[in-house]
Ligand binder design. Sequence first.
Ligand code: 5GP
Ligand code: ZN
Length: 113
Amino acid sequence: MKNDCLFCAIAAGEIPSSKVYEDEICFAFYDIAPQAPVHFLVIPKEHIGSVAEISGENSPVVAHIFEVIARVARELGLESYRVVSNIGEQAGQSVHHLHFHVLSGRDMTWPPG
Ligand code: 5GP
Ligand code: ZN
């Protein structure tokens, strides 16, 4: 757990969130400022800064997160959804703890803005 990391604190339950799913490896919760009718975030409990810090060592955690995304989306009945991870300021990353946005329930444009 990294000091002063908002998502480390959320994963540890120190800061309340609206939980969607939790296991020993990852934590999923609804975004506080939803950009779609369904918008939740899936994060590793271990602190990883962003996709740019994924390595051979920690990539099993990421594989697990994608399994969880598929399972939770199925359980929520989502037929179409988008998974997004922003890396760095220009791409819109505001929290520096790896997270995957799962967005669903509205038409989406491509390419993204
Ligand atoms: P980013 O901008 O880094 O791609 O995504 C960070 C996301 O975290 C944003 O969509 C933002 O709304 C969400 N967020 C920021 N602070 C909190 C919080 O305290 N609780 C929850 N549930 N979401 C948060
Ligand atoms: Zn963290």
